[in-house]
Each structure stands twice: as structure tokens, then as C-alpha cells.
Write a protein that binds this ligand. Structure first.
Ligand code: AMP
Ligand code: FES
Ligand code: ZN
Length: 301
């Protein structure tokens, strides 16, 4: 197979785009997909200060490299979950990566916040993943707002987004369907949130990070029973294999034609967030989930 751009020997075949690319042109392709997402979905502007949530995995590091190369004003945030071994390793990968690329890195330590994930797990005695996700989202938002960032970017890719959409559709979870997309606008107490890799599949980010020589962290979280939405992802991979392009068409179709039907469902249901009386960040409960958890954990301050 020849490269669609330069006719050299192709290294990466992309049936969904009816194309194949040599290593250099693949990186151009990747960059163009990111730029297309930013432009078409109005994700952010050149003057924005972008905080990128860096887990140490291939997606978030690829995103950080690409936004840096495109000249955006970026910094990284690594949340240290205090999980023995895996958090130390991930932190080292993020640290090395940011030093090499000259990206300013912030580290937020959940041990210091009184919420080390292994302790939370012991206390709750139920799967910790959804609580961990809630804690991370809380600190992404809070850290960005407290430190003057106008945008928070995560490394969610097309496979993550399509699996989530599929799962929301399977449950007809209308509130989540109204919220899902590559950009969540800023609101009182909430920073703008974006997912600039939403057009790129896991296969594509894996190839990009390999070809760009990114030294990312493989260590899976010891608490996750496999990656999230594993079963849906495998179903959707089979569909994509049979019908290349299905994933991106399904997702773009939702964004362009279906999402508005679910918009502002939460407001309609009267779930308008109010400031948490403890931390001041928005919540639809009496006290926010993270402050409640900190109380259960006996955290001080
Ligand atoms: P995941 O939910 O693990 O698939 O992660 C989705 C995105 O959340 C990643 O691409 C990162 O942008 C961000 N993320 C996950 N874990 C962390 C972490 N410990 N610190 C900072 N960002 C994270
Ligand atoms: Fe949070 Fe695994 S429990 S990353
Ligand atoms: Zn709170």
C-alpha cells in the first residue's frame, strides 16, 4: 500500500478514511484531525490558557505533544492517586515527558487532599473506579479555575466517546446525552472542558505516540476490571471492522443531528447546581460528593 499523501510505502492503514500513510504523513494526518476538531467544534482560541489532564497514557501525552507543536498555551496537570507502584510510574512518565517538551507540569497529590485511592477503596468497600473518576473530575475543574486556566482538555479519544455514547443510548440516559460532546461550555463554577482527540481512534493515538517516540505508561490501574466500557468497545470494533467509518459517523451524526434533542435536560428537570457549602464548587446535592467523601475519610482542612 502507498501513502495517500506522498506515495511512499504506507506504514499505517486507515480503512475508515479510505487512506494509508507513511510515518511522517500519518503525523500530519493526526495533526489535521486535531485542528479540524478544534476549528469545527470551536474548542478553544489561540489566547486560551489550556490545562491538559495528563494521566501518563498514550492519549493524553499525544494530545499534549500535538497542542504544544501547534503553538497553544498549555500546561499539564497530573493527579497522583497514591496507588502504590502504578501512580509512581505514571508520575515519572508524565514528569519526563513534560521536561522533554518544555511543558509546565502541576502535580496534585490525593494523599495530601486526604483522598488516597487505596484508602478510599478500603473505606467504601465497593468498586472505586466511579468514585475515582468523580474525584478526578472535581480536581480537574477546581484546579483549572483556581489557577486561571480557561480550558481543561482531556485525552478522551473516539473509542472512549463512542463507547460512552452507546452506553448512554442503551440506558436512554437523557441527561448525559444532553451533555456529551467534545466541548462543555464554561458555566458558573465550571471551567470549559474539551476533548480535542475525539475524531481519533485508540489505534490512531497508539500509532501516533509510537511514531512520535512518546514514552508513555502502560501500567493499567490495579482497581479497574479492564478498561472502561470494554465490552461495548469490542462490539463497536467489530462493527467498525465490518463497516469502516461507522464510529465517526455515529458520533458526528449524534453531535450534528441528535444531541440538541436532549439539550438542557438537567435544567428542565430542576437540577440546577448550587455552590457546595463546604468548598464552594457547584453541586446538585446538599454537600458535594467530594466534600462528603472527605468527611467520611476524616480528611482535615
Ligand atoms: P481515563 O478515564 O483513565 O480513560 O482517562 C481519560 C482522560 O482523563 C485521560 O486521557 C487524561 O486526560 C485524564 N486523566 C485520567 N487519569 C488522570 C490522572 N491521574 N491525572 C491527570 N489526568 C488524568
Ligand atoms: Fe481510578 Fe483506577 S480507580 S484510575
Ligand atoms: Zn464541596
Amino acid at each position: 500500500m502507498k501513502c495517500t499523501r506522498c506515495r511512499a510505502t504506507a506504514a499505517v492503514a486507515l480503512p475508515s478514511h479510505n487512506a494509508g500513510f507513511c510515518p511522517d504523513c500519518f503525523q500530519v494526518f493526526f495533526s489535521r484531525q486535531v485542528q479540524k476538531a478544534i476549528k469545527e467544534k470551536d474548542l478553544f482560541q489561540p489566547e486560551d490558557k489550556i490545562l491538559i489532564a495528563l494521566s501518563g497514557g498514550k492519549d493524553s501525552l499525544s494530545l499534549a505533544r500535538e497542542l504544544k507543536l501547534l503553538g497553544y498555551d498549555t500546561a499539564g496537570l497530573y493527579i497522583d492517586l497514591a496507588i502504590p507502584d502504578s501512580s509512581v510510574k505514571a508520575g515519572e512518565h508524565v514528569g519526563r515527558f513534560c521536561r522533554e517538551l518544555g511543558i509546565n507540569l502541576h502535580v496534585l497529590d490525593l494523599q495530601k487532599e486526604g483522598l488516597p485511592i487505596p484508602e478510599v477503596q478500603k473505606k467504601l468497600r465497593r468498586p472505586v473506579c466511579s468514585v475515582c473518576g468523580q474525584i478526578k473530575r472535581y480536581y480537574f475543574n477546581r484546579f483549572a479555575l483556581d489557577n486561571g486556566y480557561s480550558v481543561l482538555a482531556t485525552g478522551h479519544n473516539l473509542d472512549d466517546e463512542v463507547a460512552r455514547l452507546f452506553s448512554n443510548v442503551m440506558r436512554w440516559d437523557t441527561a448525559y446525552l444532553g451533555d456529551q460532546g467534545p466541548a462543555l461550555p464554561a458555566q458558573e463554577g465550571f471551567v470549559r472542558k474539551v476533548k480535542p482527540l475525539y475524531r481519533l481512534s485508540e489505534f490512531e493515538t497508539a500509532n501516533y505516540s509510537f511514531l512520535a517516540g512518546i514514552d508513555y505508561c502502560y501500567a493499567p490501574c490495579p482497581y479497574s476490571r479492564g478498561a472502561s466500557f470494554t465490552f461495548y468497545k469490542s462490539l463497536l470494533d467489530e462493527l467498525e471492522h465490518q463497516q469502516p467509518g461507522r464510529k465517526i459517523n455515529f458520533y458526528e451524526g449524534f453531535l450534528n443531528r441528535a444531541r440538541r434533542a436532549f439539550a438542557r435536560q438537567e435544567d428542565l428537570e430542576g437540577l440546577k447546581p448550587e455552590p457546595c457549602p463546604v468548598c464552594g464548587y457547584p453541586t446538585t446535592g446538599e454537600v458535594c460528593g467530594v466534600c462528603r467523601l472527605r468527611e467520611i475519610m476524616g480528611a482535615k482542612g
